[in-house]
Write a protein that binds this ligand. Sequence first.
Ligand code: CAA
Length: 444
Amino acid sequence: MEVGIDGIELWAGKLRLDLPGTFAPANGEDPEKYTKGLGLQASSLPDSYEDIVTMGANAAHRLLERKGVSLDEIGRIDVATESAFDRSKPVSTYVAGCLESAHEGSLTTANKGERKFACMAGTQALDDAVNWIRAGRNRGRAALVIATDTALYARDDPGEATQGAGAVAMLVAEDPGLVALGPEQGIGSVDETDFLKPNQQFPSVDGKRSMQVYLARMREALVDFARAGGTTHPDEFALVPFHTPFPAMVQKAAPLGYRHAIRDTEYEEQLADEIGRQPRPEGFESEEAYLSAVKEYTEALTDTDQYGRWYDRTVEPTLAISRQVGNWYTASVHVTRVAGLLEARDAGRELAGAGLLVASYGSGAQAEIHAETVQPGWTDELDGLRIREQLADRREISFEEYERIHDAHNHEESTDIAPLTEPDGEFVFDGWGRMGEREYAFIE
Ligand code: CAA
């Protein structure tokens, strides 16, 4: 039985902050830090009536409408987020309340939960949903997996450059229309203190260290994936979507992955005359000498035409949306999957039956690698997406508006600002209830 993603929807925060054009000059920075250094053009940010519930519910609402799925056909709702505002009541209950207010049917018998492991949790929730179906506990019903985050940093934190807000909703079902998940899974997981939010809204981040931890955990997950029987041969994968905190992070990770993937293959042989064979530990007297040789080989590999062709085909297309929206934390890797598939469709690539190697990551820290197979009819699912129109329709904000919006979403501030956009056929934050709960309404 094939199980995987039957349908997918994205919802971007409705405001657009231009990073090189607006944010860099206001901070006295060179715009090329953003375009070249980080690989980012813009952040998508939430208007004052948007939050993790509205974005998640809006993505799910659109998905259910488009797929013609009623609430009675959903047996499970898992929300992954690292921006939760309630330590007891899961975000999935708020989302379910929204959906029940606007759809026929009931979610009373849907099992609801919330997943936390930094940006890793979206993939963990997807995994849980797939396993629930494979275990035969779904009674023919589908699961709704939602990854939703407002990835905001404290003002003047270096992470402010990589902010973003948005949600991805995925319908997980038997005989899926988009991708089926393979059984092999690789994990790299170590207790790390690089990015955390101990009882605080905005993260404490050791940015440079977090990048090293990302690379180390990814390498372990790739080795573990091969140990689990998964193939990493470059010919097996049409696209390699990575968790993308900012595109330049993926540009650093991709050569390491490619180096691993071509080891002991014909591709390593083909490159041997140009850059030599990969260093092996047994050929060196110290670990330091070995690591230095690996670094040198990786730099040479990155400059080869062979690597460039692989990167342009499998990785670059996956970054097209992330460059325009920034980091969506739990949703980020699911954004890159969609971006890669959209670009491949537009380029006329036929991907039915092709493989995706999906590389997820969460600080704290854990990486996960699994493979997916693109399903026949995959373009039909993509044709229903309106993410590009939605990104183009975002309201451009000035630096002063950005400062006020950041304050409006800061739990420590009591700034109440008028919305900058007009809600249209969507769920909005509608104030506070008698027990301090957030309340929502659907605006026609
Ligand atoms: N022209 C070209 N390039 C420039 C430039 C210019 N004018 N100015 C700077 N750059 C380059 C820098 O050389 C640097 O590139 P390298 O890393 O290749 O050297 C890059 O632009 C960024 O510049 P800085 O290092 O000076 O930027 P920074 O000190 O402001 O910090 C950051 C960057 C550490 C990523 C910071 O934004 C941050 O802390 N982000 C949050 C943490 C994060 O995203 N970590 C990623 C891994 S963890 C993860 O993946 C989980 C998650 O989602 C958070």
